[in-house]
Design a protein around this ligand. Structure first.
Ligand SMILES: *Cc1c(COP(=O)(O)O)cnc(C)c1O
Ligand SMILES: [Zn+2]
Length: 415
């Protein structure tokens, strides 16, 4: 007996054999996991959470650390500020080796995929997802072909010197070109896509950060702050909050979602300012992406309009969108390092910059229970402890030329 079923958010039907699928009746709705057991808060570690769509996990993976802030809390004048830090911070026993919450997501996705007899993925990523897939691919032998934009290659590093590294393909283009190329590679190799936001295992893995928080705090926060790119992480957290509310043990009110993007690339902020469910094409102009410091937030196809997506979350929780400048991000990264004692990635700085705006405009009260998600950090700390190894791409593609890719992949797969 499984401890979960998959249900369509649109029509409420339970779906069978629907790995990473949309309901055939409701194209614009997400399929979500429904757990048939109450949440067990006592167990330790990621796989101790019974609310993950995995039965027999074998990958070793860390969890974020959740703690009540003192330094930052005092600087901001907030009495009940909790931080959930998803990165590498050995002093707090937080050991995500690729330094972001993508590591938790990818571990869950791979375990769930194996149980669904999926044996390998093609992944398009601008950074942290690729690094997490590469890491687990090396440890578990799970095959992945990863496509990254050339501009992101320098952020790609391995934790291991050798082993059986994932195949990296690099495209001389942006993230949208990487997606396009990975579609072709998927056709050629027959390896499926990683699934994106449609994959409930991905959202539940990401949503487990809220379970980690509730395990420590004992209740749901009133406010949740996070930087958003594709929206998958925030949706995962929201879905966990809904499940917890149904239990009534940890509070009966959904947290308000405070979501942050990096100016000037802020498509969800603009759509929300118009109270529109549609993102407008001029707000996802690639020229805007070149101006931001957080590539991981540069998704041009965020899960905003879909039923159960970011628009619905903002509406249901009386949420708030923020736009923060590069300078606000850098100064927030410094503030965090000074007041909490660890380096954080720019997306973490963006979340904090959003919180600082919320404090300034009194969108949160100073006694409110606030959860700030620092989605990545400790990269510098990690590099003090360990060597990292650069990625050697299989090839660098100028365009997504089918013949060129076919030839290179065939030669590679034969060797
Ligand atoms: C991917 C990522 C985000 C954005 O998450 P989405 O699920 O794409 O919205 C934020 N911070 C970091 C560090 C990330 O890697
Ligand atoms: Zn349906």
């Amino acid at each position: 007996m499984s401890h979960f079923v998959l249900r369509c958010r649109g029509c409420g039907r339970i779906l069978k054999d629907s790995y990473c699928a949309f309901c055939e009746h409701c194209k614009g709705s997400l399929v979500i996991t429904e757990y048939t057991e109450p949440f067990k808060k006592e167990d330790k570690g990621l796989w101790g959470f019974n609310w993950l769509p995995v039965h027999h996990p074998s990958i070793h993976v860390g969890t974020p650390v959740v703690y009540k802030s003192e330094g930052l809390s005092e600087k901001l004048g907030l009495k009940n500020l909790y931080i959930v830090f998803s990165g590498y911070w050995p002093e707090r026993n937080c050991l995500l080796r690729t330094c972001t919450f993508k590591e938790i997501e990818v571990a869950t996705v791979i375990e769930n995929a194996k149980e669904n007899r999926i044996n390998g993925f093609v992944v398009a990523s601008a950074g942290n997802t690729a690094r997490a897939f590469a890491y687990f691919s090396v440890i578990t032998g799970f095959p992945v072909i990863i496509v990254v934009p050339l501009a992101c290659l320098k952020e790609m590093w391995y934790v291991h010197e050798n082993g059986n590294p994932a195949t990296f393909v690099v495209i001389d283009g942006d993230y949208a070109d990487a997606i396009d190329l990975s579609k072709r590679i998927s056709e050629i190799t027959g390896m499926p896509f990683e699934g994106g936001v449609k994959n409930p295992a991905k959202r539940d893995g990401l949503g487990s950060v809220l379970l980690s928080a509730v395990r420590v705090i004992g209740r749901l926060p009133e406010h949740y702050f996070q930087a958003v790119g594709s929206g998958a992480g925030a949706i995962g957290v929201y879905e966990m909050a809904e499940r917890l509310i149904r239990e009534r043990r940890f509070g009966t009110k959904l947290p308000r979602f405070h979501l942050v993007q990096n100016l000037p690339f802020v498509p969800m902020l603009r759509a929300w300012q118009r109270r529109s469910r549609e993102i407008s094409p001029e707000d996802v102009d690639p020229a805007l992406i070149e101006k931001i410091s957080t590539r991981v937030l540069s998704s041009r196809y965020p899960a905003y309009s879909v039923k159960g997506g970011i628009y619905d979350i903002l509406e249901t929780t009386e949420g708030q969108m923020y736009g923060v400048t590069n300078d606000e991000i850098y100064s927030s990264m410094e503030l965090f390092a000074e007041s909490e004692g660890i380096d954080i990635v720019p997306a973490g700085g963006a979340a904090l910059a959003g919180l600082r705006q919320a404090v300034r405009y009194e969108l949160v009260g100073n006694e409110d229970l606030i959860l700030l998600h620092i989605t990545g950090g400790g990269e510098e700390r990690y590099k003090r402890d360990f060597r990292t190894y650069p990625v050697k791409p299989l090839f660098i593609s100028k365009r997504s030329q089918k013949e060129e890719i076919e030839e290179a992949l065939c030669t590679h797969l034969r060797s």
